[in-house]
Design a protein around this ligand. Structure first.
Ligand code: AMP
Length: 114
């Protein structure tokens, strides 16, 4: 997907504040953070959203959640509360159509907000 910004970040063709990288997953800070810690965890493989995941992606998902836990520990939020979310389609707020998990913390993350 040549025009996909998260593919371009994963390939190193576009700058990002990368906090983690391996052969299947890349994580970088959101440019418009909604919390003191706001990292996006994305598979290198282009998938449009969580609804493109199949049973064959079990290992990828396990890897993604392992990375999310590791980043949460590294960022010092693992014990205080972490929101992990992924938006599917525009009505839910998806604006980049490459699967990504928001990892948010560092402030009270109670739900519903307010
Ligand atoms: P969503 O709205 O769930 O699709 O999330 C997309 C997120 O990507 C938003 O929170 C944006 O702030 C973030 N974003 C967009 N472009 C970039 C970029 N070049 N580097 C880092 N984060 C980005």
């Amino acid at each position: 997907m040549e025009d996909c910004i998260f593919c371009r970040i994963a390939k190193g063709e576009m700058d990002a504040d990368i906090v983690y990288s391996d052969d299947r997953v890349v994580a970088f800070r959101d440019i418009n953070p909604q919390a003191p810690v706001h990292v996006l965890v994305v598979p290198r493989e282009h998938l449009r959203s969580a609804f493109d995941l199949g049973e064959e992606d079990g290992e990828l998902l396990a890897r993604i959640f392992k990375v999310i836990r590791r980043i949460s520990e590294d960022e010092g939020i693992a014990g205080t509360g972490v929101r992990i979310l992924t938006n599917v389609e525009r009505g839910a707020g998806q604006s980049v159509f490459h699967l990504h998990f928001h990892v948010l913390g560092g402030r009270p993350m109670l739900w519903p907000p307010g």
